[in-house]
Write a protein that binds this ligand. Structure first.
Ligand code: F6R
Length: 260
């Protein structure tokens, strides 16, 4: 795992955007795994800027989103469908038929989850999965005690997640209790992972993810098992890392490292 610490949120968003650009340069028809929430907003803004100003092309890209709230129709202002449309999809040139977001309103969740997994497989797997992290250490909506080999399925949200996400709803009671989410196993199958975190509220979860034991109590810690995972964070999210100096040393020394 590589840990990249940048002083500010805009800087970490730019590093993340460059990694997406690198993937698209190498494979214009890449399959991208998308996340919602506050954290990837800077990354999406930078990708939109690169599309508008520098011709970054998404015309062959396919995307799969991590999760969606159960019960929210696609046009609900807090649905992840709405979030993705407003913050990313309507600003870039990804063909709408290449966009896959879990359904929050399907009549058969079990069948939908199986279909979603099969679509990922049929599209050749996810090349780069973008991840945020919950204050309880979740990735996607894989709450503490989720199986580390889980696949796309229904999950009941944990109380800290409902509390965290209540800021987007009028009342806490409006936050859905269930979500449909890629599993930890689904996420680990992606060829590359980037996990983004910003701010003090994420510092403990980041330290547990990077330096703690691999445990279903912090599902993000499962990314320690991945061969190509990068954790990109800002200064505040890095405050509880014990090996911070080492990560910074690695990052600075990288340009001089042997490449063959
Ligand atoms: C959203 C998702 C969640 C968020 C996490 C952090 O698609 O998968 O795991 O990444 O809850 O959310 P923010 O970025 O709002 O702090």
């Amino acid at each position: 795992m590589e840990v990249i610490i940048k002083q500010t949120y805009p800087e970490m968003s730019q590093v993340a955007a460059q990694l997406v650009v690198d993937v698209l340069n190498a494979k214009p028809n890449a399959v991208l795994g998308m996340a919602t929430g506050s954290t990837p907003l800077g990354l999406y803004q930078e990708l939109v800027r690169l599309h508008k100003n520098e011709g970054l092309d998404f015309s062959q890209v396919t995307t799969f989103n991590l999760d969606e709230y159960v019960g929210l129709p696609v046009d609900h202002p807090q649905s992840y469908h709405h979030f993705m449309r407003e913050n990313f999809f309507k600003h870039v040139n990804i063909p709408p038929q290449n966009v896959y977001i879990p359904s929050g309103t399907t009549s058969n969740y079990h069948a939908f989850c199986q279909w979603f997994e099969k679509r990922i497989e049929d599209c050749g797997g996810i090349d780069l999965q973008i991840l945020g992290i919950g204050s309880d250490g979740h990735i996607a909506f894989n709450e503490p005690t989720s199986s580390l080999s889980s696949r796309t399925r229904l999950k009941t949200l944990a109380k800290p997640t409902i509390d965290d996400n209540a800021r987007f709803f009028e009342r806490r009671e409006d936050v859905p209790v269930y979500a449909i989410t890629m599993g930890v196993g689904t996420i680990l199958d992606a060829r590359k992972l980037i996990l983004l975190a910003s701010g003090n509220a994420k510092a403990t979860a980041v330290a547990q993810t990077v330096e703690g034991p691999i445990t279903s109590m912090v599902t993000a810690s499962a990314i320690q098992l991945h061969r190509d995972a990068k954790v990109i964070i800002d200064d505040e999210a890095a405050t509880e890392l014990r090996m911070r100096d080492y990560y910074e040393f690695i990052y600075q020394a990288q340009p001089g490292a042997p490449t063959t």
